[in-house]
Design a protein around this ligand. Structure first.
Ligand SMILES: Cc1ncc(COP(=O)(O)O)c(C=O)c1O
Length: 409
């Protein structure tokens, strides 16, 4: 709690009254990709020019080099560059022959692509509730969701923190299921020292611009240690053609553009330092929010998070500490307050997958997966991107803290 809040909360007769006033208004967006671009602009331009001059615009040496480097940073034998994180998931499911009549177990608390890709191959998503501390799928609930139709488990490593993979792999092995890691938000994150994407049958990354490693458009990658699977995924990436114009099966156009690969190759050497900067900001926030009503992210001691998002929780219905002026007690009011004060924030995700209109036919109803539903009402992501200055971080801290202190005159 800030000094001001502490004094306000004490409110004793002999306390020295310190009036700090509200922090001077500044603008701190949730993410500032222009700041990253400004730091590496010359390198990016050079890389793009090289591709344009080579006119190898799809696949080619830049894609091969990126695949080699992504495999290396993920401790995997193989990597396959693809057109997006969504297409990475889709390619994996198609290559594993998952389709109509099959079920895939996953989390409802994720970005739509996870469940959407399962439905797009004709399979049924089976949603299992989350661990309320990490927001990742609760492994203890997976076994009871398994049926004769279950073909795979698709855990998501949300916000940069890997799911609890040991019990997930144990249950998968027990029932002979594939595990597709949706690692879209967590490249280079670890679980017991193992890299995201390296534990399951395959792992999928997104290089959407807002990811820790983001392209200048859509791009993605699949990693695996299974050579046969890799070879089949490679054919799947190009309409199932092998050789060209001879189609073994029906695949898709999941190819990666060389310009994206070239830009990602420029950024990859910075990834560790960017993730470290995110972690440092996270521990700064953790410390500053320790005694406030804002719950800071819980990181499993087995994990190193890459904090694609720093997500606080505002438990609904909890009152601010005694003595503070504000009575607002929920996430939506905090979000509105932050926006009004110039601090960007975002809700990931406001409606769990099992309650989405397009999945009504699955028959889920409100209350079925209570932890996911509660999280959807209470979470709020605040700025954690690497280029935040100390002044910006302080402003975020002061503004969040001021919300409960009435410092908004
Ligand atoms: C958890 C998760 N899965 C899948 C995706 C899909 O990735 P893309 O946007 O690159 O298709 C995303 C990206 O937002 C994601 O966050």
């Amino acid at each position: 709690m800030s000094q001001h809040a502490t004094n306000a909360a004490r409110g004793s007769a002999n306390a020295i009254k310190v009036v700090l006033g509200p922090p001077t208004k500044m603008s701190v967006p949730l993410l500032d990709l222009k700041a990253q671009y400004a730091a590496i602009k010359d390198e990016v331009w050079l890389a793009v020019r090289q591709v344009l001059e080579s006119q190898r615009c799809i696949g080619g040496p830049k894609v091969a080099e990126l695949e080699e480097q992504v495999a290396a940073v993920s401790d995997c034998k193989f990597a396959l560059g693809v057109s997006s994180g969504t297409d990475a998931l889709l390619n994996c499911l198609m290559t594993l022959d998952i389709g109509p009549g099959d079920e895939v177990i996953t989390t409802p608390f994720t970005f739509f692509a996870t469940a959407g890709s399962i439905v797009r191959v004709g399979a049924g998503p089976v949603f299992v509730d989350i661990d309320p501390k990490t927001y990742n799928i609760d492994p203890a609930l997976i076994a009871e969701a398994i049926t004769e139709k279950t073909k795979a488990i698709m855990p998501v490593h949300l916000f940069g923190q890997m799911a609890d993979m040991d019990p997930i792999m144990e249950v998968a092995q027990r029932y002979g299921l594939a595990v597709i890691e949706d690692a879209a938000q967590s490249i280079t994150g670890t679980y017991k020292g193992k890299k995201a994407g390296s534990i399951g049958t395959a792992g999928c990354f997104s290089f959407f611009p807002s990811k820790n490693l983001g392209g200048a458009g859509d791009a993605g990658c699949i990693v695996t240690n299974d050579e046969q699977l890799y070879n089949r995924m490679k054919v799947m990436r190009n309409h199932g053609a092998s050789p060209k114009y001879y189609h073994k099966f029906v695949g898709g156009n999941f190819r990666l553009d060389a310009i994206q690969a070239a830009i990602l190759l420029v950024k990859l050497p910075y990834l560790d330092s960017w993730c470290e900067a995110r972690r440092q900001t996270a521990s700064y926030y953790d410390e500053k929010f320790k005694n406030t009503v804002v719950q800071t992210p819980f990181i499993n001691p087995d994990c190193v998070s890459v904090y694609n998002q720093y997500v606080v929780r505002v438990p609904a219905g909890r009152r601010p500490p005694q003595g503070v002026l504000r009575t607002a007690d929920n996430r939506d009011e905090l979000a509105a307050y932050l926006k009004e004060k110039g601090v960007g924030c975002g809700i990931y995700y406001p409606l769990p997958m099992h309650l989405q209109e397009c999945f009504e036919y699955l028959g889920y109803k409100a209350g079925d997966l209570p932890e996911s539903e509660r999280a959807a009402k209470e979470v709020l992501a605040i700025p954690v991107y690497p280029e935040l200055t100390d002044q910006m971080k302080d402003y975020v801290v002061d503004t969040v803290t001021a919300f409960w202190c009435g410092d908004d005159s």
